[in-house]
Structure formats: structure tokens, C-alpha cells
Design a protein around this ligand. Structure first.
Ligand code: SAM
Length: 260
């Protein structure tokens, strides 16, 4: 089955922020070119009247209203400064094994709100495949829209990338393609705690791996460890997969990013 994301906007474009070449005064109209228009049209599916978050030449973020938009350019009226940047300095991505129950939409929405930059789902030994999932709950086609709505609602300056569902092999390949500090949530881990790992200085890029309802298999944990990933425990309680993803992303964002 064709992944629902392959013909979506290019991920690079989505992760770009609309930059103003000036520091606009409130209610001042600013005219921008085709690059910014493309980001607004492709990634935000914006129309005239849309309210978006833009970055001004002073590096601060502002809310702006789209007053004209075409493939050639866009006009915006800046009307309010955001007190804090909506994007974290930490590039946090979450790789979640496909959950059985219809919980991935909740995970997507909360991870976007938590400032995660990139979200991927993957098939693991104890997860289900996308086909099995779509045979039971035809909702994965809604995932891009869930991400976009959440990004709009929490006033993100960019739309996080939603990676098409990955095979186990392709998910692992990401470790070489996009090197990051890999943290694997592993309920069978007996000594290393997430809190201990968070003692080190913030890495530039962190990838959080979360298992399915049935957990990671011993073979998968061995592969993670052989690949240099940190397999960590969250403590003595067994969390639902969606709870683990959201809670761990929040803790990591708090310790190394901008949350709270
Ligand atoms: N197989 C587990 C069991 O029933 O004992 C359940 C797996 S748990 C529901 C789903 C995923 O959440 C796990 O694969 C892991 O990634 C994460 N997780 C849940 N509780 C955790 C904990 N205490 N420490 C680390 N990871 C945890």
C-alpha cells in the first residue's frame, strides 16, 4: 500500500521557517517571495486570512496574517510578538513502533506540541504492519492532517516532518543516514535510567525509540545496543506506548530543549 505521505510536501520545505528580511512594526505589511509562498502554500496549506508564525530579522518570532498569497509571493501583516521562540534548539525526533490501538494520532498531536521536529513510525517484531492497521482502522491517512492541525494550534513556526511508515531495516538505517544520540525506551533494562543519560550536555540531535504494546524483542534490543544506542528504563511502572513516547519526549525536551 502506498504510504500516505509520499506525495505530501517535501519534508525540507516543511521544516523551513518563514523569515522576514526586516523587523516589521505592528500592522506593517511585508511582501515576501516565492520561497516563503511555497512554504505557506505547501506545508501550511495556508490561504488568505490565515494566521502564521514567522521569524523576523531580529530572530524573534511573530504572529502574522496572510493578506495575499500566490505561487509568486505573499504579503503578511505582522501583529504580535511571541514571548518565547516556538521552536526548540534541540532537534528531537521520535521513532514509534506502530501501535495496535488507534493511539498514534494522540502521540502525533502531543509530540508536535512538545516541539518534536520529526516523527516516524516503524514496524517491529511485536508491532503490526501498516496494512494490518489499515485493515482495522482506516485512519492513518489522517496523520499528516493531525500533524498540521497540531502545528497550527500550538503556533509552531514549522511543520514537523512525518516520515512514511518504515520497515525495521529502514528504521535502523536512519542511524547512519541521520546520526543522532539514540535513546531506546526499554522496559526490560535493569540498570540504566533515562535520568542518568540526561546528565550529559545536550546533544544537537536526539532520536527517541519507543516500542509497541508488546515491547521490543530481545533481538531488537541487542541490535540497538550493538548500534551504540542507549537502552534506558523509565522506572518501575510499565507505561502504555503512547504514554512512554509523550512522557519521555517531554522530559528530554525539558532537560535538553526548551520545555518549561
Ligand atoms: N512488553 C511490555 C510488558 O507488557 O511488560 C509492555 C511494553 S510497553 C506497553 C510499550 C513500550 O513503552 C515499551 O516497548 C517501551 O518502549 C516503553 N516503556 C513502557 N514502560 C517503560 C519503562 N518502565 N521503561 C522503559 N520503557 C518503557
Amino acid at each position: 500500500m502506498k504510504a500516505f505521505f509520499e506525495d505530501g510536501p517535501s519534508s525540507e520545505a516543511c521544516r523551513q521557517i518563514v523569515d522576514l528580511p526586516v523587523i516589521a512594526a505592528p500592522e506593517e505589511e511585508v511582501e515576501l517571495g516565492a520561497r516563503e509562498a511555497r512554504i505557506l502554500l505547501e506545508c501550511w496549506q495556508a490561504r488568505c486570512g490565515a494566521i502564521v508564525t514567522v521569524r523576523a530579522a531580529d530572530g524573534r518570532f511573530y504572529r502574522a496574517r496572510v493578506t495575499a498569497l500566490s505561487a509568486e509571493g505573499v504579503r503578511l501583516v505582522v501583529f504580535a510578538a511571541l514571548p518565547f521562540a516556538p521552536e526548540s534548539p534541540l532537534f528531537l525526533e521520535v521513532f514509534q513502533a506502530l501501535p495496535q490501538r488507534e493511539r498514534f494520532e494522540l502521540v502525533l498531536e502531543k509530540l508536535v506540541e512538545l516541539g518534536v521536529m520529526r516523527i516516524a513510525s516503524f514496524v517491529s517484531t511485536h508491532s503490526i504492519t501498516l496494512e494490518e492497521r489499515d485493515a482495522r482502522q482506516r485512519k492513518s491517512h489522517r496523520w499528516p492532517d493531525v500533524v498540521l492541525r497540531a502545528a497550527r494550534q500550538c503556533r509552531r513556526a514549522l511543520v514537523p516532518e512525518l516520515v512514511p511508515v518504515l520497515s525495521w531495516k529502514d528504521a535502523l538505517a536512519q542511524m547512519n543516514l541521520n546520526p543522532a544520540f539514540d535513546i531506546v525506551l526499554c522496559e526490560t533494562e535493569k540498570s540504566l535510567r533515562l535520568s542518568a543519560v540526561l546528565e550529559i550536555p545536550a546533544p544537537p540531535r536526539v532520536r527517541l525509540w519507543v516500542g509497541p504494546e508488546g515491547g521490543f524483542s530481545p533481538e531488537e534490543v541487542a541490535v540497538f545496543k550493538a548500534s551504540g544506542a542507549c537502552c534506558v528504563s523509565l522506572g518501575g511502572r510499565i507505561l502504555r506506548t503512547e504514554t512512554a513516547a509523550i512522557a519521555a519526549a517531554a522530559v528530554i525536551q525539558h532537560r535538553w530543549g526548551d520545555f518549561g
